[in-house]
Design a protein around this ligand. Sequence first.
Ligand code: SAH
Length: 460
Amino acid sequence: MKKAKPPVKTGDVIEMEITGLSHDGAGVGKYQGFTIFVPQTVPDEKVRVRVQVVKKTYGKGEAIQVLKSHPSRTEPPCPIYHECGGCQIQHLQYPAQLEHKRQQVADHFERIGGMQVPVLPVLGMENPWRYRNKAQVPLGWEDGKVKAGFYAAGSHRIVDMEACLIQHEANDQAVRKVKELARELKIPIYDETKHQGCLRHVMVRTGFHTGELMIVLVTNGKKLPHRDKWVEALRKEFPALKSLIQNINSKRTNVVLGPENEVLWGRDVIYDRIGEVTFAISPHSFFQVNPVQTQVLYDQVARYAGLTGREVVIDAYCGIGTIALYLAQNAKRVYGVEIVPAAVRDAERNAKINGMDHVTFETGAAEEVLPRWYEEGIRPDVVVVDPPRKGCDRVLLDTLVSMQPERLVYVSCNSATLARDAKYLAECGYRVQEVQPVDMFPQTGHIENVAMFKLENYLK
Ligand code: SAH
């Protein structure tokens, strides 16, 4: 059958109703049966749209006028919201953000999973601003001025930014100071088109519970002019500074960090805590970016895991071992598996810091390591999985089913693949009891979920 031609072309101005939100928070609706995504709109709104992109099966447009606005619309507080693209739903009041996210998860279970499951109200933040503990900001040079901010949508032009409202205040202050010093000390700013200049990015991390600050200056090559002045000025300005690092990235690449770190002053890590567990964080470490909600998320994982201290637990896709160590506080034995070797090294170091010798980590693909563990006779009572967006590998799910744990806790950053995997698990006897969404990224379209599965007819 020949597909109908799209009813619009680029540049057309049309009027349409918004009927839903896409997974990344854009409004979406149909125009003469053709799907069009319109960022920064709200379901039930009527909008005038300029069509920007037309593909075979969908289009994308820009709202140029809201003809009928929804009561949950609000004025976005951030002055650069429209240009930046880092947040997608600041124009929605927070309770409406949470309800949209919950609805989306329930829809995925129904449409993709073919099941109706209790999706609880989203656990949101009391103050859904200034929650990020990590900033990563590119520097640029324009009209004789140093800029630090973000890339304008679809380009590598840097838009200057004085503040980011979802960023921890200390991170904003550090970025501003680095920008000021780069101006004062006349540091050559990196020009990516010529692959020349020195300072490329500034990365800042704040330990939310410890207050410790790490500043990383990413340079093209080993030379950093006025090294001593950087150290002196940043130490003076930030008493919380515990680690000042130069990261060397000499490649033509969009990857922010290069492989080499040199400590300019202080330690090579900062520390932070999740609950009672301490973590060392280096420039390269993956660490959850919303520390307040990470604890909410892990407490929910712990609740679903229902540990009494006697259980054997597996944490698959464990990253730097955060969930494994959190649960180890109340388990007999914990095994973690993760594919990135550096993350496993962090996990092992973190186990030592916390004096936990009943936790073992292994490097490898979960779908290869778990079958081996199964052959070795490891029989967990509880398995936690926290896979990347694409969800769990089929071999991994089959191995889980063979291991027959009583409970399975599935942490997911993508409810579509969670629902797909839930459908498969249901066919194997594991039923979703409940799904608890947690808002790890307020103002953005992302939502994290914890789903609890139980083995039906569990006998052990
Ligand atoms: N549980 C951790 C991190 C989860 S992110 C936390 O809460 O912080 C998902 C992790 O899965 C990443 O660290 C990624 O490197 C890892 N990963 C991706 N594919 C994998 C695979 N096939 N096997 C094991 N780990 C994998």
